[in-house]
Ligand binder design. Structure first.
Ligand code: UDP
Length: 566
């Protein structure tokens, strides 16, 4: 039985000392401890003492190991990728607070010790069973485990979860398919289940959304912030001088109306290359950055970094986040930063989550090349009042709830029961086979499980079948119906009856490895099923196909969970 624990003493001891990255994480864990503790009490009440099995969990932070070069720790004081550090600190805390049996490794030596692999051997298969139910790691860690566990990694890989900031799409993950169809990158091709990859934002429903948390305010703090906002104070998003390069025009316009603050890292002898009118504070400790954001009215991004935590922190502290729209969108096809990343997701602005899930009045996304619009927006921002806002999924309670749901429901180890049931007649529309009831209402079709032996998470009852338009992905098709694509439910719609339920007349039916399938080709009236379950993919579109999409509803503020998912 896992019991919520609010004391973080043992967690801090496990994180250890000696590196700036670890100190950063420990400071964060300490600072947010009270917030985690009260969230845990609320979730405990909500789950009404639901029995939760205590899992044995290993967290191996590959990118911080010396063996992967640990290029990050020395950069922490210079503003290195603090976003990753924020997320790992929160992952460690969430697993600890949920009360699981946690082991943490930041080196190969520790990894070997925990896995029971004898030291000094190259590749050594694990002899016994895996001593963990779950292993959270990253791509570096995965590579290290492959080197040191050899073939036994394959046997145990269903227990692994990969923390993967920007996400991995199924077409890149499937080794053979990626190699044959030009989706091979340095990162993908692990043949994992796509939901074993866990992202920083809910980028693509093909992966699981892990997230992180931002600081929460109590009522007194909220009032205080609202009373003390300085309407002409702006903070620029970008802790490295390179992020300000070429932005002089915007800064000049902004400077007409507002006092501009920055937190750009610099060395004492060398002031950073930002205009003299900017009040640069240097890289601030997280807590001091929060204080600055509490006073500021505007937090402005100039296009980089992409998709970091700071805009959420700013919005949570009552700032308006102003950011550039990308037209055309940035992606691995046209931008260096994303090149080689295992995704072809189109990034529509600096922070698509802020744009799509939060939006006005907290988030304003405009074309920065239009100076008039830019100028008018700054003036608008100074005149409107907004309240601090934090989506539930980025609160401690939201993250605890989500990770709890994953731990207890996601299972990539048990073989999936065949679908449809082997003995069913498969003439569904006329006479739906027991134990399923088929209900059709115009464009939606609901399969309601009727006391069936199928265990599925999300439950089958959440499934809503939709067809995409030609050239539309399932991500977009579900979104435009106010739903979300749910890859775990693909196997239930990968059947010929799904085509007739959508009024597609199939002149031919084939089954192939193609990440766009199941799909209907209007030109040839051909229906195509998916042959390889690892290629079920919400992402991906083609003008040739109308894709079949398994959509589901989601909780307001907690997109990872359907209404019956807890
Ligand atoms: N941050 C900080 N001091 C600063 C600027 C940023 O502690 O002066 C923290 C900030 O609170 C955020 C983290 O750095 O949680 C990551 O920031 P960012 O969004 O820039 O993402 P990154 O590019 O580091 O992933």
């Amino acid at each position: 039985q896992a019991v919520f624990q609010s004391d973080i003493g043992t967690l801090l001891d496990q994180v250890g000392t000696g590196k700036e990255s670890l100190s950063f994480m420990k400071r964060r864990i300490r600072r947010l401890a009270a917030q985690w503790a009260s969230a845990a009490r609320r979730l405990d009440d909500k789950l009404r003492n639901q029995w939760r099995e205590q899992k044995r969990i290993l967290v191996h932070v590959g990118f911080l190991t010396e063996e992967s070069g640990d290029v990050f720790s020395p950069k922490v004081l210079k503003g290195g990728p603090l976003g990753e550090m924020v997320q790992w600190a929160d992952i460690l805390t969430v697993l600890h607070v949920l009360g699981h049996n946690l082991k943490i490794s930041f080196s190969l030596k520790e990894l070997h010790g925990f896995l029971g692999v004898p030291p000094g051997r190259g590749s050594c298969p694990l002899s016994g069973p895996l001593p963990f139910d779950l292993i959270y790691t990253d791509y570096h860690g995965l590579q290290q485990m492959k080197q040191h566990m050899g073939l036994s990694l394959r046997k145990h890989k269903c227990h692994i979860r990969v923390i993967d900031t920007f996400g991995t799409e199924p077409a890149y993950n499937h080794e053979e398919y990626a190699t044959l169809h030009g989706y091979r990158t340095n990162w993908g091709y692990w043949n994992l289940h796509s939901q074993q990859y866990m992202t920083m934002f809910p980028h693509t429903p093909d992966n699981s959304f892990m997230g992180f948390v931002a600081e929460e305010l109590n009522e007194t703090e909220r009032l205080h912030i609202q009373r003390n906002k300085v309407h002409n104070m702006a903070v620029v998003y970008g802790k490295d001088a390179s992020m300000w390069k070429g932005k002089e025009n915007f800064l000049a316009i902004l400077n007409r109306y507002m006092e501009i603050h920055g937190t750009v890292y610099y060395e004492a002898q060398r002031p950073p290359e930002v205009p003299a009118f900017v009040k640069n504070h240097g890289l601030l400790p997280q807590q001091e950055l929060q204080q600055l954001l509490r006073k500021a009215k505007l937090f402005i991004g100039f296009g980089f970094p992409y998709e970091g935590p700071a805009p959420l922190e700013a919005i949570a502290n009552g700032c308006i986040f102003l950011q550039p729209k990308f037209n055309p969108p940035h992606s691995s096809l046209n931008h260096n930063f994303f090149r080689g990343k295992p995704t072809s997701r189109k990034v529509s602005s600096q922070h698509p989550y802020a744009e799509q899930y939060i939006g006005r009045p907290h988030v304003i996304t405009i074309d920065f090349n239009n100076s008039e619009e830019f100028d008018a927006t700054i003036r608008e921002i100074m005149s409107i009042n907004v309240e601090p806002f934090l989506p539930y999924e980025y609160t401690c309670e939201g993250m605890l709830e989500r990770v709890h749901a994953y731990i207890h429901n996601q299972d990539f180890c048990s073989p999936e029961a065949p679908f449809p049931p082997i003995n069913s007649s498969r003439t569904w529309l006329g006479s739906p086979p027991s134990p399923f009831i088929l209900q059709s209402n115009s464009s939606f079709l609901t399969w309601a499980s009727n006391g069936s032996s199928f265990t599925s998470w999300p439950p089958l009852s959440a499934l809503r079948l939709l067809a995409s338009l030609e050239g539309q992905s399932c991500v977009k098709a579900c979104q435009s119906a106010g739903l979300i694509c749910e890859p775990a439910l693909y196997r239930f719609i990968n059947i010929k009856e799904a085509f007739s339920a959508l009024d597609f007349q199939c002149y031919g039916l084939e089954s192939e490895m193609n990440h766009l399938f199941p799909a209907f080709s209007p030109e040839h009236a051909e229906c195509s099923l998916q042959q390889e379950p690892l290629l079920f993919s919400c992402a991906g579109s083609s003008a040739k196909y109308q894709r079949l999409c398994p959509c589901r509803d989601y909780r307001v503020g907690q997109v990872a969970l359907c209404s019956d998912c807890l």
